[in-house]
Design a protein around this ligand. Structure first.
Ligand code: ZN
Ligand code: ZN
Length: 355
């Protein structure tokens, strides 16, 4: 997992832009109030909804309060789950997470038991409403080539070129010259969108990631701050473990493994739930290349390359990038896939003596 520095200027700006856009969306949609920014791209494209069910009027009042929406949209990961639980508690009599999980499991079933029907009756109206208020799917995931704020803008502002979870695949954001949408990362809800629909548009709950990590690997696994690393919270989420390998000479087979800091349970859970070991075992050929280079050139490959490029006077870091196609500085790992993996292996091969 790659750490995303909350306090980096780029990320502060991304959060501010996101907060403003979602606030505009809520204020216009439910209060018919527009902001005072003439260039706002959200207010003019948002339609006023005056058909709020009476049962949710009070809840909306609370949500639309400036301070409250500031926390729900822009609050720290520590605050978000607490807020979500508070909202559920206040709106469903006798709320429990087990019941909510049961609701998610049975809501699509054709034939339901009486108990299941009762759960659906109690939860559906609120669950559906929360999803309409924080409309991740129908608003934020906008596929039209319009100019208004959506997932493309957030992706562009965060500018993470590879998946935050695996650093294995490119997740660049790109629009064509005619401003047509071409590609962007997917956004994983760090805490489950199904259980926390009111956190559907919360900035720190939207993690730019590849679709493999987002859907097939992480899926519905329960991530909690007490048990798993969060890319915006845990500074050591990328440095607590190392990629390494075993080589079985008789069968000429590599096995990529992950070495954890002693008794770091959080790191172990995170890497194993993200299936990093399994995923990186798809990269034996990159590993074999590094080992081949080491055999052919010994430890001072970088030094030798520097001599080759001496005319253009490159720094160690630049030679490293040319040689291995990845970044050596941890803060830049996100720019190129496999940066962490290759650096860990090269260190193990003792090829980074200048580091
Ligand atoms: Zn606005
Ligand atoms: Zn990924």
């Amino acid at each position: 997992m790659l750490y995303i520095d909350k306090n980096a200027v780029k990320n502060i700006r991304a959060r501010e832009a996101h907060l403003k856009a979602v606030k505009c969306r809520l204020q216009k949609k439910y209060k018919n109030v527009i902001c005072n920014d003439n260039d706002c791209k959200v207010c003019p494209t948002t339609r006023y909804k005056d058909d709020v069910p009476a049962v949710h009027e009070e809840f909306l009042e609370i949500i639309l309060d400036e301070d409250f929406s500031e926390i729900i949209i822009g609050g720290n990961p520590e605050e978000l789950s607490i807020m979500s639980e508070m909202v559920w508690d206040s709106i469903v009599d006798g709320f429990s997470w087990d019941e909510l999980e049961l609701y998610i499991k049975v809501k699509g079933k054709k034939t339901k038991s009486d108990d299941e029907k009762e759960i659906v009756d109690r939860y559906k109206i609120h669950h559906d409403f929360f999803k309409t208020v924080f409309d991740y799917d129908s608003w934020f995931m906008n596929s039209a080539d319009s100019d208004r704020y959506d997932a493309y803008d957030l992706a562009q502002n965060l500018d993470m070129n590879t998946c935050v979870y695996c650093n294995r695949l490119y997740t660049s954001t790109m629009k064509s010259r005619l401003k047509k949408k071409v590609m962007r990362p997917t956004f994983d809800h760090w805490v489950s969108h199904a259980k926390h629909p009111i956190l559907g548009l919360s900035f720190y709950n939207l993690i730019p990631s590849c679709s493999i990590c987002n859907s097939s690997v992480k899926g519905f696994k329960n991530f909690l701050l007490s048990t798993h690393y969060h890319p915006y919270v845990d500074k050591d989420c990328g440095s607590s473990f190392k990629y390494s390998y075993d080589y079985f000479k008789s069968t000429n087979i590599f096995d990529i493994k992950i070495i954890q800091e002693f008794s770091n349970v959080k790191s172990f859970r995170t890497t194993s739930d993200l299936k990093l070991k399994e995923m990186f075992n798809a990269h034996h050929s990159e590993l074999a290349d590094l080992i081949r280079i080491k055999k052919a050139y010994s430890e001072n490959y970088i030094e030798k390359l520097k001599d080759v490029y001496s005319a253009i006077n490159l720094s160690d870091m630049e030679v490293y990038r040319l040689a291995f196609g990845t970044e050596i500085d941890e803060n830049s790992f996100h720019k190129r896939p496999l940066s962490k993996f290759k650096k860990d292996i090269l260190k193990e091969l003792k090829m980074l003596d200048f580091e």
